[in-house]
Each structure stands twice: as structure tokens, then as C-alpha cells.
Write a protein that binds this ligand. Structure first.
Ligand code: TRP
Length: 337
């Protein structure tokens, strides 16, 4: 008997910065497991990255690097669809169609747009305003059931759902699958080492706040040693009053799979210094194989290029099916094949 088809799960990363320990423990590490249970599509959204200024060389480098990091972290291109967004032109095409059904008011309310646009001064790119529509296109093209996203992207997913429901209502109830947010059973939210109240971010202007997947062992040790801890000296888990300590404990728990309470017990009578040194060693050991495998793949990109070509072809085939259906239902004349 054939099992029922797996649900479609899709997630993407914007290559606007180097991936961090937070991306690894909060996303990549999970994806490596999820790819067995779901029909997964993972990709790098270079067209989203260019909604803010990018250095061309760095953009290209980071796009490759992000995908190498995925694979090095256990995402297996034989068990999921791995690709670069701009290799699948259907993303931009469906985005245009969705644009014609999205309201200015809806996009003006997006908090990420409000935050980012204030940094752009007088000249706000239209692409930045339209960013959530391209994201909706990413998701709806594959009839996605589940989207694992962080808190900061939930509003964009809500807009995607609204658009899907609206267009299903206008055209056909089976036009788009209405996607849901996926909350992984395990997943760690890692905070900045310099400001444990803010999420560790790949675009943090302070490089000491984030451990990057490309950092050397020494850089990792230095950053964790400099991590902001809290007043007092006792190692207890108190997120409210000791967010810095809580963050280091969370990192340890995410790497080892141990419970935080268990880790706390093992630190009875010890100092913050011990916690930092041991957290640093755990991170060094966890990231070393990922860094080494990534560097290996980036040295000669032939293998990566071949994988990405295959991924894009398979994604494109699926995307074209949805796009055609949408064009047809809307009354666009389909090109005869
Ligand atoms: N906007 C997302 C972020 O910054 C990246 C993204 C683009 C995405 N398209 C997506 C995430 C589709 C999930 C699904 O994190």
C-alpha cells in the first residue's frame, strides 16, 4: 500500500548575511530531521536579499555559502528539494500576479517593512514594500502545507494565508493550499551574545553578538568568553533576571539534547567562567564539521552547481504547474506546448 503523500514543508533563508549558530540550532538542525517526514523544499532567497543594498560579490558568495551550510548541517539534496530562488523564474512571475490582488494598506501594515523602510531614508525601494508578496509566491507556488518560520515572519505568513483565501474565493477554492505556521517539536531560540534580549541575527551590526557558521574555533571561543552575563554569580535558569546565562544554557541544551535543569545541576558551585568555557567547547565541536564540510564544498563549486541545477529543475516543474493553473483560471491565454 502506498502511504498518503507527505505534507509539503517549505522554508528559506535570505543570504543577506552569514548564517549563525542561531540559524543552525533554530532551523537547520531540525530540517535535517524533518526532511524524512515531509516533502521538504529548502532554498536561498536571493531575490529577497536584493530588497536591501547588497554587494554583488558578497551576495553571490553568501548564497553559495548558505546552501553549502544547509548540506553540511545534514540537509540532504536527495531527500528534499534544494535550490536558489532566482533559478526558478516562476517565483517572480506568480509574485506579479499576486501583486494585482494585494492591497497597499495590507503591505503598509507589515512591521518588518516599517522597521526596514525607516533605515532607507527618502528612497525606499518598491521591492522592500513588495517583499511579503514575493514570499507569498514562494509558499503558494508549491501548494505548501507547513512553513516553519520565526516570530518575526508570522505576519508575512498571515498575509500569505489571506491572499490564498482571497484568490481561492475569486477563482476556485482549490487554487491554492492555505499554509500553516509550523512550530517544530524541538527548536531553540538563540539570543545575541551581546544583548541577550535580542535574537541572534545574521545582520547584526555588532559581529560579537553572533557566532557565524564560518567562524574559526578561536573566534567562537573569544565571542562566547565575551558574552554578556548577568549580575550575581550563581548559575541558575532565570530567563527574566539572567537572560545571558539562560542563553548559554539554551545553547548547551540545544547542542547536547539535555534538559536545562540537568545542565544547571551540573554547575552547582561553579562560576560563570566555567559555563562560558564549556559552552564554547560544545559550540566549537558542533560547528567544526559543518564549517569544514562547507569550506570543502565551496572550494570547488562544481558539485554544488550540479545539485542546485537538479534542485531548480525539480522545483520549476512543480512551480510551473501551479503557475499555469493560476494563469488559466484568471483568463490568461496559455502558450500551447
Ligand atoms: N522572509 C524570510 C526571512 O527573512 C525568508 C523567506 C523568504 C521565507 N521566502 C520564504 C521563509 C518562504 C519561509 C518561506 O526569514
Amino acid at each position: 500500500m502506498n502511504a498518503s503523500p507527505k505534507e509539503v514543508m517549505l522554508s528559506a533563508v535570505t543570504p543577506s548575511g552569514l548564517l549563525t549558530l542561531g540559524n543552525y540550532l533554530g532551523a537547520l538542525k531540525n530540517w535535517a530531521h524533518l526532511q524524512n517526514d515531509y516533502d521538504c523544499l529548502f532554498f536561498a532567497v536571493d531575490l529577497h536579499a536584493i530588497t536591501t543594498k547588497q554587494d554583488p560579490k558578497e551576495l553571490r558568495d553568501r548564497t553559495y555559502r548558505a546552501l553549502a551550510n544547509y548540506i553540511a548541517a545534514g540537509v540532504d539534496p536527495d531527500h528534499c528539494t534544494l535550490f536558489i530562488q532566482s533559478h526558478v523564474p516562476e517565483h517572480a512571475e506568480l509574485a506579479w500576479i499576486l501583486n494585482c490582488h494585494t492591497y497597499m494598506g495590507e503591505l503598509s501594515r507589515m512591521t518588518q517593512y516599517k522597521d526596514k523602510s525607516t533605515k532607507e531614508g527618502q528612497s525606499i525601494p518598491v521591492g522592500l514594500f513588495d517583499y511579503p508578496v514575493l514570499m507569498a509566491s514562494d509558499i503558494l507556488l508549491y501548494q505548501t502545507n507547513l512553513v516553519p518560520v520565526g516570530e518575526d515572519q508570522k505576519q508575512h505568513l498571515e498575509l500569505t494565508r489571506d491572499l490564498a483565501i482571497r484568490m481561492n474565493h475569486h477563482f476556485d477554492e482549490d487554487l491554492f493550499q492555505v499554509p500553516e505556521v509550523f512550530i517544530p517539536p524541538v527548536g531553540a531560540r538563540i539570543m545575541s551574545l551581546q544583548d541577550p534580549l535580542a535574537k541572534m541575527s545574521k545582520s547584526d551590526s555588532d559581529p560579537h553578538g553572533s557566532v557565524y557558521l564560518s567562524d574559526s574555533d578561536d573566534q567562537i571561543r573569544k565571542k562566547i568568553k565575551r558574552a554578556v552575563t548577568d549580575s550575581g554569580s550563581e548559575i541558575i535558569d532565570d530567563e527574566q533576571n539572567k537572560p545571558g546565562v539562560h542563553n548559554l544554557l539554551t545553547i548547551q541544551a540545544a547542542i547536547t539534547g539535555k534538559k536545562i535543569s540537568e545542565i544547571v545541576t551540573s554547575y552547582a558551585g561553579k562560576q560563570y567562567g566555567h559555563l562560558k568555557v564549556e559552552t564554547a567547547e560544545l559550540v566549537v565541536q558542533a560547528l567544526k564539521p559543518i564549517r569544514e564540510k562547507s569550506e570543502e564544498m565551496l572550494k570547488d563549486k562544481t558539485t554544488l552547481d550540479t545539485l542546485l541545477k537538479k534542485g531548480a529543475e525539480s522545483a520549476s516543474k512543480r512551480a510551473a504547474k501551479t503557475l499555469k493553473k493560476v494563469q488559466d483560471r484568471m483568463g490568461l491565454v496559455l502558450k500551447k506546448s
